[in-house]
Design a protein around this ligand. Sequence first.
Ligand code: CP3
Length: 343
Amino acid sequence: MATTLMRLFNGETLAVPPIWLMRQAGRYLPEYRATRAEAGSFLDLCFNTDLATEVTLQPIRRFGFDASILFSDILVVPHAMGQKVWFEEGEGPRLEQITTGAELAARPLRFDLDRLAPVIKTVERLRSALPAETTLIGFCGAPWTVASYMIAGKGTADQAPARLVAYNEPGFLAAIIDQLVEASIIYLNAQLAAGAEVVQIFESFASALPPSGLRTWSMEPIGRIIRGVKAAHPRSKVIVFARGASSLLAEYAVVTGADGFGVDWGSDLADTVERLPEGLISQGNLDPLALVAGGEALETGVARMMEVARNGRHIVNLGHGIVPQTPLAHVERLMELVRQPRA
Ligand code: CP3
């Protein structure tokens, strides 16, 4: 039998909309914090097949989400290209910066899928460990978002270093993005071959580009990735989450050929969904802080999503990743609200 998200993607009408949460394996779970402490560094956890499988399964065991997202990070791709990547405790990702074409020429990058073998093994392990109805979602970062980390060496509020490169040395940005497109196709196809059925492409810094920049540096490269994925895995489904670009999702749909679109929490869900081409799937967009607050904020936020989900083409989710201070009881309440019987 097909898994829940695949049934939705293939046009079946489900009595209850499917639900999963971005960053559902994370620090809000005490069992994640325990495994994380055992693993050592965050990247050690990503590359430890046993422990990465365990943390991926933790939120499924606890809450019974309809989909399980592979535990890894978007920055394992630059790592596999030979760039130095590490995580500063309590701060976030750091990379050895590459800021000019001359630097890239001096230290060429080359993607080596073998460096991600433990992650692909995690996907294989998960497919046999997950309940039969649970969809396994693989993922990668979109080229612009990953490139902006590779250039800035870290996350910044507005990704100014990469935006400046886009204006001053577009050929250099294009070269990095081309390499990321190639790497992402190989990486996503390996995840799909290992047992993922859906992949999500995270464009977390869509908010840092104007519409013309999004067309060049986001939509077009994502479209190339999706064509490369669909050529090898025609039945797979692709979700694009372009945070801060909800007003352009109809254009993303046409240019990229994605099957589903995540909607960020800053957008009006009903309005965004109305502008999506017929038949596409939407996902989102509860404010992660409404889930922290609970009470009225949670009840009304969920009601708004459930109203949209009545169209039979919506996946309930957050409008960005769950945050560490989220009370477990509020996630339980969210599940109850989504799954309660309706007239
Ligand atoms: O959703 C899941 O449960 C799957 C795993 C997943 C992680 N990161 C685990 C993680 C996924 C899909 C990601 C994607 C990711 N990573 C994105 C795109 C999504 C988004 O949030 O916009 C980005 C931008 C990154 C880069 C990244 N990784 C940052 C900025 C940080 C630090 C932020 C933080 O919360 O500390 C990470 C670390 C990270 N990735 C954690 C987790 C669970 C926390 C690390 C820890 O345990 O200390």
